[in-house]
Design a protein around this ligand. Structure first.
Ligand code: FES
Length: 81
């Protein structure tokens, strides 16, 4: 199971975390990965200074925007299943 955490703290919310979560949910569904990806929201991952929404995949950190979420998914999620 891949552990995917998306920050929904205030700073990341303002940067579009809701939109990113929606995109990720759709991508997980479209790729049939509901049983393989465990996505959860977290209140502030402690990396507010980064230039994007804080996301972690199995403990590895990323900063996402709505524009790069699909590319992130293809590389970091599809690349791990
Ligand atoms: S609010 Fe997202 S890292 Fe702090």
């Amino acid at each position: 199971m891949i552990k995917l955490s998306v920050c929904i703290g205030t700073t990341c919310h303002l940067r579009g975390s809701r939109e990113i979560i929606e995109q990720l949910q759709e991508l997980i569904h479209a790729n049939g990965l509901k049983e393989k990806v465990d996505m959860s929201g977290k209140f502030c991952l402690g990396r507010c200074e980064e230039n994007g929404v804080s996301v972690s995949v199995d403990g590895e950190n990323f900063a996402l925007t709505p524009d790069n979420t699909q590319a992130f998914f293809e590389k970091e999620i599809l690349g791990r299943v």
